[in-house]
Design a protein around this ligand. Structure first.
Ligand SMILES: *[C@@H]1O[C@H](CO)[C@@H](O)[C@H](O)[C@H]1NC(C)=O
Ligand SMILES: *[C@@H]1O[C@H](CO)[C@@H](O)[C@H](O)[C@H]1NC(C)=O
Ligand SMILES: *[C@@H]1O[C@H](CO)[C@@H](O)[C@H](O)[C@H]1NC(C)=O
Ligand SMILES: *[C@@H]1O[C@H](CO)[C@@H](O)[C@H](O)[C@H]1NC(C)=O
Length: 377
């Protein structure tokens, strides 16, 4: 005779434990300013104009951003108050032993960290809660508010410096215990980024090292590849999907599910249903953000805390599809951008692409990140 069946009430109880999540959605206003590039570039009005800009940004040996700077006021102060949409989660038993601030990348919103499809099978947040961390995942300001997104200037307002300023402002509120809806105060606040979110995390710690106690840069190296710009098949977001129809020109999104596949999912390492769900969830990026990625990552980073870089070995945007074409690997070489880390480690995830959280290797990735924090924070 086999195992006796569990009483239904106990089964229900176990399911409730597994699903119990102490999470809440909050909106955090931030008043920020940044030195943005004053670009003369016109807003692209159709998909061919978008493609021209992609080809101009991707041209090797030419700094298109520098060419497009206004000759008079090259950099100007942009300021404003923005509402940031976020989800704050605590372990069931109360605040965890550190708070992780999670910054997503291009093509996503904060759901990248806590993907609901297939009953949260691909949830970094759940893995972190299970290891007694609290999490704060937020939407980049460009997509944070439905009311804002129709009015923000996609060339000269929503740029990388302003996004980094919003990450800094959020972190300051969280460290001070003054973010609305987050009552707990944490001795340790750490940061995890993905892709463009890793770039912002790098930039945050380069310019304001006191704001973080440790960083994990996922899907990142300092060798950004034009493969990302071409592979994504970027077009006007409003023409990419009915769901994005109210975005004005200058907000871009992948044309189809294949753009999403090329940039995020490695052959043999993903579930097609998750790829479809990822494309269904895709979110826009502005021309101004793409034009200023390099502006926030130039130079070196004196951050004195611990650093983990973790990237899939088939990553297209940051390894051109193979992180192992050199020894040390491309992600390991990005150690050179850090002048003073207390600890540095680079992990290359075998068989994985850029969208680490949503591939078959996700649990392995989560374990590497959480082991790093357990050891170093
Ligand atoms: C938070 O909002 C998202 C949609 O933006 C929704 O899917 C999710 O269920 C909400 N979470 C909570 C805890 O209310
Ligand atoms: C940006 O440069 C243009 C000239 O190209 C100038 O007219 C404009 O005032 C500058 N923008 C700001 C905000 O200073
Ligand atoms: C989780 O962290 C909190 C805060 O440091 C601590 O009080 C609690 O005992 C930890 N819980 C577990 C299960 O380790
Ligand atoms: C290109 O020019 C911009 C504006 O001057 C500058 O911020 C950026 O660092 C340059 N990019 C590279 C890769 O040198």
């Amino acid at each position: 005779m086999g195992q006796p069946a569990l009483p239904a009430v106990l089964v229900a109880g176990l399911a409730a434990v597994a699903a119990a999540r102490n999470c809440k959605n909050i909106t955090v206003p931030v008043s920020i300013s940044a030195q943005n590039a004053n670009l003369t570039l016109a807003v692209p009005q159709d998909n061919i104009e978008v493609n021209n800009i992609i080809l101009d940004i991707a041209q090797p040996g030419v700094n298109f951003t520098a060419l497009e700077l206004s000759p008079d006021d090259q950099f100007v102060t942009v300021e404003g108050t923005y509402s940031i949409a976020a989800t704050y989660c605590e372990p069931d038993a109360g605040p965890g032993h550190a708070l992780q601030v999670l910054t997503h990348g291009v093509g996503w919103d904060r759901s990248y960290w806590d993907f609901a499809a297939q009953d949260y099978k691909y949830s970094y947040v759940n893995a972190a809660l299970a290891r007694n961390y609290s999490t704060f995942a937020y939407d980049r300001l460009v997509i944070s508010s439905p009311a804002q997104k129709r009015t923000l200037d996609p060339i000269n307002e929503v740029q990388s410096e302003l996004e980094v300023a919003s990450l800094a402002a959020l972190t300051t509120l969280l460290r001070d215990g003054t973010a609305p809806g987050v009552a707990a105060r944490y001795d340790k606040v750490v940061h995890v980024g993905h892709s463009y979110g890793s770039i912002q995390t790098w930039a945050l710690t380069a310019t304001r090292p006191q704001l973080s106690d440790g960083i994990v840069l996922t899907g990142w190296s300092d060798a950004f590849s034009a493969g990302f710009l071409f592979g994504g098949n970027y077009i006007e977001a409003r023409t990419a999907s009915q769901r994005l129809a109210d975005y004005p020109p200058g907000y871009l999104a992948s044309e189809d599910v294949l753009g999403c596949q090329t940039n995020f999912f490695a052959p043999g390492n993903f579930d097609r249903e998750i790829l479809e769900a990822a494309f269904e969830a895709t979110q826009p990026v502005t021309v101004g953000e793409l034009m200023t990625i390099a502006s926030v990552t130039g130079g070196s980073n004196g951050f004195p805390g611990p650093v983990l870089v973790i990237t899939g070995d088939r990553d297209v945007p940051f390894c051109a599809g193979n992180c192992q074409t050199s020894d040390p690997s491309i992600p390991a070489q990005s150690k050179e951008t850090f002048t003073n880390p207390s600890y540095f480690e680079a992990v290359v995830v075998p068989g994985a692409g850029h969208g680490l959280n949503l591939e078959f290797t996700a649990q392995q990735t989560y374990t590497s990140i959480l082991d790093f924090f357990d050891k170093n924070i």
